[in-house]
Design a protein around this ligand. Sequence first.
Ligand SMILES: Nc1ncnc2c1ncn2[C@@H]1O[C@H](COP(=O)(O)OP(=O)(O)OP(=O)(O)O)[C@@H](O)[C@H]1O
Length: 312
Amino acid sequence: MTGAASFGDMIVWWVRIYNEFEVSGNSLERIQQYLVVEQEPTPKDGGAPPAYWPSSGELRVDNLSARYSPDGPKVLHNVSFHIKAGQRVGIVGRTGSGKSTLTLALLRCIYTEGAVWYDGMQTNTLNLDALRSNITIIPQVPELLSGTLRQNLDMFNQYDDATLNDALRAAGLFSLQRLQDENRLTLDSKIASAGGNLSVGQRQIIALARAIVRQSKLLILDEATSAIDYETDSIIQTSLRTELGSDVTVITVAHRLQTIMDSDKIMVLDAGRLIEFDSPKVLLQTENGLLRALVEESADKEALLAMAEGKV
Ligand SMILES: Nc1ncnc2c1ncn2[C@@H]1O[C@H](COP(=O)(O)OP(=O)(O)OP(=O)(O)O)[C@@H](O)[C@H]1O
């Protein structure tokens, strides 16, 4: 009996050791993978822009191509366009058409060829710190830091409360709180790690307020369709239309056409190529145009057409 029990114990012991060995092996493998990941140039490498840069959100893109790995396939193909300072531009396209890839390429997060000029500076001559701190991205679900709302808006304590409250008002936080009975936030409110105690809408509004405080000239918004309710979305859209300076360019990656149908211009991507870029009104008159086809397919066709005509 004792012999059988100790043999059994030994088997269990071996299984446990083998299991632990396998788990540790996985961790080692993961560390090894991180060690061989190719590093970006250090953020300070490259030129520093002049102090007055950027003074506008003008963006000129010339033959921009992109891939996710040095020897991977091109995912974005020779995209060229010009966005004047202050324009609101929507990017549309079917799933996998390259919308997110284009925004990553603008930030130099992936391998790119071609040239991008932001307010007259060619971005690949700038260090990554300078480039990325002057473009604000508002992702679908913005991550906030644990701390107060004030710290999230102004990490280096550079602005007074009036400026921060103005930015929150302009971004639409107080309108949202009037409409919805969400927890009332003040500059001293505590934000949980990653913003876990706030709704996605509140987080997007705070990210927008941060862009307003930083006086970003180029804002890229990834529309959060599924995670955001209609009221919050329209508050954010109104803020983007009315509360930003006239030289601030807003690019919205749109997942529903309503959001961008009254933009100054719409960019239509298809399989990594820019196939249409013009005002919604012109694109809707384009025979066999993709935007026109997307609108035709939509259940909200009439409303979209009215928006494009500026009637809504
Ligand atoms: N990390 C990645 N590595 C390799 N290829 C990728 C990666 N991310 C995206 N791709 C590829 O790039 C192409 C464009 O994808 P992208 O995510 O830019 O499209 P999208 O228009 O933003 O799509 P969605 O509307 O679904 O967000 C697709 O073929 C996709 O498979």
